[in-house]
Design a protein around this ligand. Structure first.
Ligand SMILES: Cc1cc2nc3c(=O)[nH]c(=O)nc-3n(C[C@H](O)[C@H](O)[C@H](O)COP(=O)(O)OP(=O)(O)OC[C@H]3O[C@@H](n4cnc5c(N)ncnc54)[C@H](O)[C@@H]3O)c2cc1C
Length: 446
């Protein structure tokens, strides 16, 4: 056992399935929980609580060019897999706006990205290989109950150790950015599923009420190999780290307006808000994350890059949500805020997309002193008050309280409580949800 450098505590790194099974059996016998970890980037204490298990010594990547699929095992990141897929002119279809995350852990979260036609990651998974709490090997395909119990399970039900994923051709695309002075105008031009020549789209919210609609048009459907694909890591590129340090310094000097202005210029400097032609995997490789950069503040003043994501069911609610964001974040320096479209995927253990959803994702620099954290929690609460009567959702990968998870994900909370008591897999978020559910059942408060 040793620490993996992410301050996550003791970690086991089994190097084959037998070792993994022994670990599960031992935890079961001795009565402790195993906490499964991918890249360890979720923000709601999903990576703490039990004895950590990291599958990176099981890593393997096998591209199957005929079927355009990949068979991965272990704790492989998207970026690592894409290095191999690229050699065959293949690219990931759905993932986060960064490749630094684990693939299996992303199935456990059921992540989404810019592909407005495909929806969540689960739609691209063909087979899941897993172990249950008794260390029994199981294989699940879409439609199987076990498949649903893995997707969005946050490490509560099964330990996934492998998966077969559908990839897509690494096509040449043109990024076309249009500037709009109202959200309604940007949404008017947001592509429908039927727009055959547009494969990805999002709206970046700019400074001073400007909305940039970013669309990726396919120029040719012939698969291509990129000569420039870089392996991504959580420390981020030098430029990104430097920008975070400068922005922290300016924040302390109270120059929020100047910072917003500078950040907006950065969109242009980095080419984000410019039309350009690249391959699909190059566009997806945005390197926006210096989230694990070593320097996290100045002296006792600490910062962390935090995110929230809120989902609503229609454009009217989206307009209200964006207005709320503009009001609530007017004095906070925001790194990035964007609107995405996520197609419905109701068949998950926890689902934020029972219907097609519009999503607003916000990334900002959160000061870690008590008062700033309280203000942040109060702000989040106001967003949840907005969402609740509108049947909206928040993303569980980010910081939220157990009682809010029970309120917004009642079926998930109930199933966790009823069905995973004997599960050997758990983490702090799951335990706090179960405790809250139990409290409500005892108090007859559901
Ligand atoms: C900077 C940043 C940008 C992000 N952008 C996006 C985005 O664009 N779209 C999006 O959808 N999300 C996004 N997220 C959220 C992120 O995708 C999720 O938090 C994701 O789960 C993190 O992956 P990870 O490898 O760090 O997982 P971890 O945090 O390590 O684990 C996630 C969950 O999976 C479980 N798990 C891990 N391994 C296994 C396993 N082998 N079997 C079963 N369960 C397992 C863990 O217990 C945990 O509950 C972003 C997060 C950050 C910090």
């Amino acid at each position: 056992m040793k620490n993996n450098g992410n301050n996550l505590g003791d970690v086991s790194y089994p190097s084959n399935l037998d070792e993994l099974k022994k670990l599960i059996k031992s935890a079961k016998e001795k009565g402790y929980k195993l906490t499964l970890v991918g890249a360890g980037m979720s923000q709601n204490f999903q990576n703490v609580g039990g004895h950590l298990v990291d599958l990176k010594r099981l890593n393997s990547i096998e591209i199957r060019p005929q079927s355009r699929q990949v068979f991965i095992r272990g704790n492989v990141t998207f970026s690592e897999m894409e290095q191999e897929a690229n050699k065959f002119g293949l690219s990931t279809k759905v993932r986060q706006a960064s490749g630094i995350f684990g693939i299996l852990s992303s199935i456990a979260t059921n992540v989404h990205g810019w592909d407005h036609k495909t929806g969540t990651l689960a739609t691209t998974i063909k087979v899941i290989y897993a172990l249950d709490s008794n260390a029994k090997e199981v294989v699940f395909r879409p439609g199987h109950d076990g498949f649903r119990d893995c997707v969005g399970s946050y490490g509560s039900t099964y330990l996934m150790y492998g998966a077969i994923i559908q990839l897509t051709d690494n096509v040449l695309m043109q990024k076309v950015v249009t500037t709009h002075h109202s959200l309604a105008q940007a949404l008017l031009n947001f592509p429908q599923d039927s727009a055959e020549d547009i494969d990805m789209a999002l709206i970046t919210i700019g400074y001073g009420g400007v909305f940039y609609l970013v669309r990726f048009f396919v120029l040719s459907r012939d698969p291509k190999v990129s000569q420039n694909l870089q392996l991504e890591g959580p420390i981020g590129p030098y430029f990104q780290r430097l920008w975070i340090d400068i922005s922290r310094l300016l924040t302390l000097l109270g120059t929020k307006k100047a910072l917003d202005w500078l950040n907006e210029r950065l969109f242009f400097v980095t080419g984000w808000i410019q039309n350009e032609t690249k391959l699909r995997n190059e566009f997806m490789n945005v390197e926006v994350n210096a989230i694990k950069k070593p320097l996290q503040g100045i002296g006792s003043i600490k910062f962390e890059v935090w995110l929230v994501e809120y989902f609503v069911r229609n454009q009217v609610d989206l307009a209200g949500l964006v207005e709320l964001f503009q009001e609530e974040y007017k004095d906070i320096f925001v790194f990035n805020s964007a609107i995405r479209f996520v197609k419905a995927y109701p068949e998950a253990y926890s689902t934020y997309a029972e219907e097609d959803m519009w999503a607003l994702v916000i990334s900002w620099d959160q000061r870690q002193d008590k008062k700033s954290l309280e203000l942040s929690a109060a702000r989040n609460k106001r967003f949840l008050e907005f969402l609740r009567p509108r049947h909206g959702k928040f993303y569980m990968a980010y910081r939220n309280e157990a009682k809010d998870i029970v309120n917004f994900y009642p079926q998930f909370a109930m199933r966790l409580y009823l069905e995973t008591r004997d599960s050997v897999f758990s983490n702090r978020m799951l335990e706090s949800v179960k405790a809250e559910q139990e409290r409500r059942i005892d108090a007859d408060d559901l």
